[in-house]
Design a protein around this ligand. Structure first.
Ligand SMILES: [Zn+2]
Length: 323
């Protein structure tokens, strides 16, 4: 597929509107019907998509309004998982940790309803993110499979089944979110095998998003992954990781994380342009995708929007300079 130069896109979750968080709380208490909750999700997605279009994002997703968390959301829809109570991860943040308690199997469609619903409200290109099998297993308890890799490979088959349906539904760009990979570099072979299984027969443009890890531990091995694009968080570490990637020829497209999502500071258009230019040290402009480091969900919505808008303006200006 031919795209415009330096296409802009999003990663992870966008801040949920306050009213949606309120309704999710009320729904959990049984005070709101399924019908109203569903309408709220649909309306919030329309609002987020409109906001991203206004910011100028080329390749859209729905802000993950329906996803509470990137592991349990999927585990809840896959056979073989049970969700345990809240586990503290950092600071005062908790997440519902899933456990594999029996053989995993494909039950519900995972990404297909989200994709099909989004397709009806935007004409832009869509990128569909799904959490990778390696990360889901790494962030879950495994109480069934003798070895971790058995669980990872079984889950990769489930993901493959969903991706097949997703491509049939029309999706052309899929991103596997696998941030756990750098935390166990000794298991990179397992991660790679899981990606081979998950992407087998999938005729789409494929990316992998890996954030907040020590990339020196997984590079150049990640170049062997069966994907078209490697998407990295770079702004948070002030683009120092580029030096790591320069040691070997960067043979994939790059998703160039150029907004630090951990600061409320709004990067200026000029600053972002300067930073995107750093990607030219690695690959031709045709191989660069411009995006934030990760999800903007912990930022106030107005700041998230302004960051995105500046990022898209920076990409537009650079694009004009390049042609
Ligand atoms: Zn991320």
């Amino acid at each position: 597929m031919t795209r415009r130069l330096l296409p802009t896109t999003v990663v992870g979750s966008y801040p949920k509107p306050k009213w949606l968080n309120h309704l999710i709380g009320e729904y959990a208490k049984g005070k709101i019907s399924d019908e109203i909750m569903e309408q709220a999700y649909q309306d919030s997605i329309k609002a987020v998509v409109k906001e991203h279009e206004l910011a100028g994002v080329d390749i859209l997703w729905d802000g993950e309004m329906r996803r509470e968390e990137m592991t349990s959301y999927f585990a809840e829809h896959i056979d073989g998982f049970e969700i345990y109570g809240d586990v503290r991860v950092w600071g005062n943040n908790y997440y519902k940790k899933p456990a594999i308690v029996s053989r995993v199997g494909y039950r519900d469609e995972l990404t297909i309803p989200e994709y099909s619903s989004l397709r009806t409200i935007t004409t832009n290109e869509i990128k569909v993110p799904i959490t990778g099998a390696y990360t889901i297993v790494d962030w879950s308890f495994n109480e069934f499979y003798p070895r971790k890799e058995d669980a990872v490979y079984a889950l990769a088959e489930v993901i493959n089944e969903d991706l097949r349906g997703l491509v049939k539904a029309g999706a052309g760009y899929i991103q596997i979110d696998d941030p756990a990979i750098p935390t166990h570099p000794d298991e990179i072979e397992i991660a790679k095998n899981s990606l081979e299984i998950a992407t087998k027969g999938i005729n789409a443009y494929l990316g992998i998003h890996i954030c907040y890890g020590d990339y020196s531990k997984i590079y150049p091995e990640v170049l062997e992954f069966p994907v078209d694009q490697l998407d990295f968080e770079l702004a948070n570490k002030n683009f120092k990781d580029i030096e790591i990637f320069k040691e070997y020829e960067f043979t994939k497209d790059i998703g160039f994380g150029c907004l630090d999502v951990h600061t409320r500071r709004i990067e200026s258009v000029e600053e972002i342009k300067t930073n995107i230019r750093k990607a030219f040290q690695l690959v031709e402009p045709e191989k660069i995708y411009v995006d934030p480091d990760c999800g903007l969900k912990l930022l106030p919505q107005g700041i998230a929007f302004e960051k995105l808008r500046n990022m898209c303006q920076a990409a537009r200006e650079l694009r004009e300079e390049l042609v």
